[in-house]
Each structure stands twice: as C-alpha cells, then as structure tokens.
Design a protein around this ligand. Structure first.
Ligand code: SAM
Length: 230
C-alpha cells in the first residue's frame, strides 16, 4: 500500500512516463507507477547502499528489472543527459532537493516535468524554479500521520506566469496554488506556522538587541498568514 503522499506524487506523472526517482529508498514509487502503467519506465537513484539494496529487492520482487533500473550514486549523477523525461525527488528537505537539481542541471535538457515533495522549506525550491525558468503548474498539500507535506510540480516556461506581481514574495513562501486552493491541510499548516512565528517574535522582542530586519520579516510573514486565516 503506497502512502497517500507518494500516490499524489505518482498522479503527477503522465501515462508512459520515463522518469528518475532520486532518493528512491525502497523504490515504492517507481514500482507503483510501473505496476499500474505497462508503458512506464524509471531509473531509481540512491546514494546510500542500504536503501539501494532495498530498492533492488523491491524491483526484483515485482519482476520489474526490465523497466526499473536501480542505480547507486549521488543525485542526478545516475542519469545521462537526455535520458529521462520527468524527475521526482520526494521526502527530503527543500534545500537538499534544490542542491540535487542545481548539481544535475545538465541532465534536465529533455525533462518536461519536475515533481518535488520537500519535507521543509518549499520556498527554496520555488526560488530555484523561478531562477531557472521553470514555472509551477500545480501544487498540492496533504496531511498524513500528523505531518503536512507539500508537492510542487514544475515545467519549463515563463517563471513569473504562476505569480501575481504584487504578492510574489508571499506566494513564493506559501505557494501560489496552495493559496488559491486553501485546503484544510493548508489552513492547518498556516495555523502552525503562525504559532511558530508568534513564539519567535516574542523571543526576539525580549532580546536586548534584536535583529530588526529579521523581526520585520517575521512580522510581515505573520500578517500574510493572518490574511489566509481571516
Ligand atoms: N523518496 C522516498 C519517499 O519520498 O518516500 C524516500 C525518502 S527518504 C526519507 C530519502 C532518501 O534519499 C534516502 O533513502 C537517502 O538515502 C536518499 N538520498 C539522500 N540524499 C541523496 C542524494 N544526494 N542522492 C540520492 N539519494 C539521496
């Protein structure tokens, strides 16, 4: 049984996908996709031996060796330029996913879709997409076992087309599609963020010489959250 989080990631792959799943761990995602779509093919990349072995076992268990190639290596280093059409990187921190994309930029020439699921700091990925001419085409947010996960889907295109000019900073932080959809999980996340910010601001105000710039930024972000929650 695939987690709801990974099932949602899988939903963003087209029929007949030929994708890389970087940091595949047990290769649950590529196995699920290939079992449900006879045309799909994948490269499952893993940097660590343990998860690499687990991925190999899972792929063999389903007899998918001819369609899922499990490779040991760092980030997008496991694929050749032009080899794959989609990239999935899920279940890691935003900055690590960003570093993997940055380090493997030369592998993305034929890639028509990138699906990322950062556990924290989705903003670092929205920024990276913006700076590298990718536009967001969708986002979703899901609550599972007490955690809230964001999924971002990007394609090559005018990077500013998914943002409103006046509130770009706010959207880059909270997500233009997530702000629009305003689902229960998103509201929940905003409430949690607001509480965190309130605590930070309180602590900062107590300090003898608080960083005024940072304080202002936190206060601005609290206002954005209040706009969502009102
Ligand atoms: N993608 C799966 C998911 O979403 O459930 C597994 C997530 S797991 C928490 C993160 C995996 O990424 C680990 O198995 C880890 O070994 C792998 N990983 C971390 N850094 C990596 C890198 N630079 N290249 C490839 N794999 C990496």
């Amino acid at each position: 049984q695939l987690s709801q989080r990974l099932a949602l990631v899988a939903d963003y792959l087209p029929k007949g996908a030929h994708f890389a799943d970087i940091g595949s761990d047990h290769a649950y995602l590529p196995c699920f996709v290939c079992l449900n779509d006879p045309e799909a093919r994948a490269v499952a990349g893993e940097v660590n031996q343990g998860p690499y072995d687990s991925a190999k076992n899972e792929v063999e268990k389903h007899k998918l060796e001819d369609r899922i190639d499990v490779r040991l290596g760092d980030g997008l280093g496991v694929v050749d330029p032009g080899e794959i059409k989609q990239v999935v990187i899920a279940g890691m921190g935003g900055p690590l996913i960003r570093d993997i994309l940055e380090g493997g930029k030369d592998k993305l020439s034929e890639v028509n879709r990138i699906v990322v699921q950062p556990n924290i700091d989705a903003r670092s990925l929205r920024r990276w997409f913006f700076q590298h001419d990718y536009t967001l085409v969708d986002e979703t947010i899901v609550e599972e076992s007490g955690h809230i996960y964001e999924i971002l889907v990007a394609e090559k295109g005018d990077p500013s087309s998914c943002y409103h000019q006046q509130i770009i900073e706010k959207e880059m932080w909270l997500g233009p599609f997530l702000l629009e959809k305003k689902t229960e999980a998103f509201i929940q996340k905003c409430k949690e963020e607001w509480k965190k910010k309130q605590y930070i601001v309180k602590q900062m105000k107590r300090a003898t010489s608080p960083d005024e710039e940072k304080l202002k930024q936190h206060q601005k972000e609290m206002e954005w959250l209040e706009e969502v929650l009102q």
